[in-house]
Design a protein around this ligand. Structure first.
Ligand SMILES: Nc1ncnc2c1ncn2[C@@H]1O[C@H](COP(=O)(O)OP(=O)(O)OP(=O)(O)O)[C@@H](O)[C@H]1O
Ligand SMILES: [Mg+2]
Length: 378
């Protein structure tokens, strides 16, 4: 049976491993430390940094195909691995787009895809010029390296722009018009190296403080909006290529769908698919990178919802509450085996139901037992 090597050992790698078990596929993860989420469960573990080419080589040598739990890997290292004959899926060309918000904006604009107003900005002056024609507030984003809202700054005026670290100091940024968002959506598209493509239902992604917090499948947006989202999802998937799962984050604003950003890996907006769809995003990611046929992406219930569990200051040992949380009937709990820190993603709860509201009530009830922030947000 093949071994899939995974660069990174967070919860995405952990849930890939869970899907690999069912397929009889082995996994090997590249972890910084032996107690990382996926290093605790994978079939094999290489300890080392994703910045270290030798560590990447050790992983690649024991793998039939190498895939990714995050895209923060030096492009030159990926090119080196490929030139040495290792199979990377997605490959360096796809990852270079996924890791770089500026590159995404350029490619998508060139293809005529709908985006918020944007420009490259390296200095406060360039941000000021953009705001002069687009108005305040603006959103400044680090081209690379951001996640969970880190690397994104909403600025109402020039004094706030001055607080953005590394702007004007060699860092690469984009500046965007602040979009009035009616709803955030996501589309997940699975591609196999055998050429097949399948798309998951469009979902509503509910953010809290710039971070995905809840997901509702299927989206409650009108059909015309969902059609636009699917159309954009397919177009982006064609454009960036690669294999495995591709997530496209979207904004609905004033009846239009705009692209926010993409991720070339399984994504938080697709976790609901573990119980909610015939084939999960993690299984299809593995099938895709292995060049196997993809599985059915349809929902198995009228609604599937997911609520994230974050670390919270008032609950330093949330794992002690796991027995109480699993007692909530109908709540499917996924615990990532990570040490709690405020704001850290520790797990999620998925619930299926006849309608989103009843499913959300159950999922929130279970999630609130682990994360007091779920109740505070209501
Ligand atoms: N142009 C914009 N106008 C208004 N809000 C925005 C804009 N760009 C981003 N946001 C808000 O900030 C959130 C985070 O932005 P983005 O997805 O670019 O950051 P990230 O840190 O890479 O994301 P993630 O949380 O998905 O890892 C978005 O989900 C959205 O809520
Ligand atoms: Mg995002």
């Amino acid at each position: 049976m093949p071994t899939v090597g995974i660069v990174g050992a967070g919860q995405l790698a952990r849930m890939m491993h869970q899907a690999a078990v069912a397929l009889g596929v082995d996994t090997a993860v590249l972890a910084n430390a032996a107690d990382e989420s996926a290093a605790r469960v994978a079939s094999g573990v290489e300890l080392g940094s994703p910045d270290d080419l030798d560590a990447l080589r050790r992983l690649a040598r024991r793998s039939d195909v190498v895939t990714f739990d995050h895209e923060l890997v030096e492009p030159a290292h990926l090119a080196a691995l490929e030139s040495e004959g290792h199979v990377l899926r997605p490959g360096p060309a796809t990852l270079e787009i996924a890791v770089n918000k500026l590159e995404q904006r350029r490619r998508f604009a060139a293809a005529g895809l709908p985006l918020p107003g944007w420009a490259e900005a390296r200095t406060t002056g360039e941000v000021r010029d953009f705001a002069a024609s687009n108005g305040w507030p603006v959103v400044i984003k680090a081209a690379r390296g951001g996640y969970d809202g880190r690397g994104v700054w909403v600025c109402r005026d020039e004094t706030e722009v001055a607080t953005v670290p590394r702007l004007g100091d060699g860092g690469r940024f984009i500046v965007e018009a602040f979009v009035t968002i009616d709803q955030e959506l996501a589309v997940n598209v699975a591609r196999s190296a055998n050429g097949e493509t399948r798309v998951y239902p469009v979902v509503d992604s509910l953010q809290r403080a710039g971070v995905c917090n809840e997901v509702v499948a299927p989206s409650r947006q009108p059909e015309a909006i969902q059609r636009q989202a699917l159309h954009i999802g397919f177009a982006v998937s064609q454009l960036v290529g690669g294999a495995g799962n591709l997530a496209i984050e979207l904004f609905v604003s004033d009846g239009r769908v705009l692209i926010n950003e993409i991720a070339a890996r399984p994504h938080n907006s697709g976790h609901f698919s573990i119980e909610g769809c015939v084939t999960s995003q993690f299984e299809n990611h593995l099938r895709g990178v292995l060049g196997w046929p993809l599985g059915d992406t349809r929902l198995v219930a009228p609604a599937a919802v997911m609520v994230n569990v974050f670390g919270h200051t008032s609950s330093p040992r949330p794992e002690l509450n796991l027995p109480e949380a699993v007692a909530v009937e109908g709540a499917h709990l996924h615990w990532y085996g990570k040490t709690s820190r405020p704001g850290r993603k520790l797990g999620h709860v998925t619930t299926l139901g006849a309608d989103p509201d009843s499913a959300l009530a159950t999922a929130r009830e279970a999630a609130a037992i682990l994360d007091p922030g779920v109740r505070e947000a209501r």
